[in-house]
Ligand binder design. Structure first.
Ligand SMILES: [Zn+2]
Length: 442
């Protein structure tokens, strides 16, 4: 093991430039979601690469059923929901390790970028701070470099090192590059796991940062709320019913509900820590949340609006079920309706993603922590997040022990303008992936 480990690590160091070249190629394919276009294009590029490495490769487009479940129409999704599944066969085919990363990216803000978000520029320094793993390898810039295209490159080059060096594996390695993670992953990894296209004994979600090993996340439900009023001339509003006013009442009630009820609904997860930024505002446990994310309605100032719509995201702690969450949400709005006979509303569910907690005592995640230490010299904490990730499909639908890990930290501006990734981190994550493949499958 130690001899092949040395060869693999020096191969990976040697191939830095090629890795960044592939990353730039992926960044230049615009896969921001919504709308999530170009999944077919990026899947073609990735499928070619996997074929070169001796994998059995297939592109799976999610079916109509999964497009519906993902709320495609409500969210304005466009184009096919393509996913690449690559299988690298070992001698015996047992056990099976599945690594997943996502091809979509967070949306690109129209303003505030100082670099081309689809450019993939490389610099030596980073004005937003340095990665803790920075050994002078520089930074690459653009939407998705740290979330999640740098991770895709790392899972590929880890396999390339093993394949090119002729190291044989016993078990099978399944690598998936799946779509729509940023909007719930229903037509991405959700589709692959629920349809039984991917089955494995161990999993890893190559997403997140190199600051902690992720074991827990919250679930969430995305609601669409609509109020219906009666249009009239805006200077005679007494004769109309203003849908925006009605929504404002609902929003006062929703705000009161989450600040006074949900924030107190918490679940401790022993052995798992939450990010410092949360602890600083007093949140040290998984905590139910609510966010009013969008609002739109009305046509102009001189018309009473007859329609207002908004998207609300409800973060769920482990133990909360979708049915309970939906009932409670609706009852808050019903409470408003009880005081206002003119209030007419509709609630639709856009999509749902479950949460999960993996035990920090599971031998597989302890082994993962050792591998990270072996590569970086750092013992990472086991962490949880109030956000949600695609790992739920591996844990809840696939029944496999799993953890998530990626590139990025406070310096990398994930989801914000000027996203970057430390090239040394991408190299380190590649070594971690290679070691994981070898330890679990050799
Ligand atoms: Zn991500």
């Amino acid at each position: 093991m130690s001899e092949s480990k040395k060869r693999v690590f020096s191969y990976i160091e040697e191939y830095r430039d090629q890795m960044i070249r592939l990353l730039r190629k992926l960044v230049r394919i615009d896969t921001q979601v919504p709308p999530g276009l170009n999944y077919d294009l990026i899947c073609d590029v990735l499928a070619d690469k996997f074929s070169e490495l001796g994998c059995e490769v297939k592109i799976h487009n999610a079916t109509e059923k999964y497009l519906k479940l993902s709320g495609a129409e409500l969210m304005g999704l466009e184009g096919p929901r393509s996913n690449v599944v690559a299988r690298y066969r070992g001698k015996t085919g047992r056990p099976i390790l599945h690594i997943s990363a996502h091809i979509d990216t967070a949306a690109i803000q129209e303003e505030g970028w100082t670099v081309d978000p689809l450019g993939g520029a490389v610099t030596e320094d980073n004005p937003y701070g340095r990665s803790a793993y920075d050994r002078g390898g520089g930074y690459v810039w653009g939407r998705g470099v740290s979330d999640d295209k740098g991770e895709i490159v790392s899972m590929i080059y880890a396999l390339q090192a093993i394949h090119e060096l002729g190291i044989t594996l016993d078990g099978d390695l399944i690598l998936t590059c799946n779509c729509d993670e940023e909007i719930g992953g229903v037509a991405g990894l959700g589709y692959l796991m629920r349809e039984g296209i991917v089955k494995a004994d161990y999993g890893a979600q190559w997403d997140g940062g190199l600051t902690g090993i992720g074991l827990a996340a919250q679930g969430r439900t995305r609601f669409l709320v609509r109020t219906l009023g009666k249009s009239y001339h805006g200077q005679l509003p007494v004769l109309g019913v203003n849908a925006i006013e009605k929504m404002s009442k609902i929003n006062v009630a929703l705000t009161d509900y989450w600040r006074n009820v949900l924030l107190k609904r918490q679940k401790a997860v022993p052995g798992i820590v939450l990010p410092d930024a949360l602890k600083e505002v007093g949140v040290d446990k998984l905590t139910a949340m609510l966010n009013i994310g969008t609002i739109s309605g009305g046509v102009q100032g001189a018309t009473v609006p007859d329609r207002c719509e908004e998207e609300v995201l409800r973060g769920m702690i482990p133990g909360e079920t979708f049915e309970d969450v939906k009932d409670e949400f609706t009852s808050v709005i019903e409470g408003v309706k009880a005081t206002d006979a003119d209030l007419e509303y509709e609630v639709e569910v856009i999509n749902v993603r479950e949460g999960y907690v993996v035990s920090p005592e599971h031998p597989y995640v302890l082994e993962a922590r050792d591998i990270v230490r072996e590569v970086t010299g750092t013992e990472l904490p086991f962490t949880g997040t109030l956000a949600s990730t695609d790992m739920n499909y591996q844990v809840n639908d696939g029944g496999m022990p799993c953890f998530n890990l990626g590139v990025g930290g406070p310096y990398s501006n994930g989801h914000k303008q000027d996203e970057s990734a430390s090239i040394d981190e991408i190299v380190d994550l590649t070594k971690i992936a290679a070691l994981l493949y070898m330890k679990k499958l050799e």
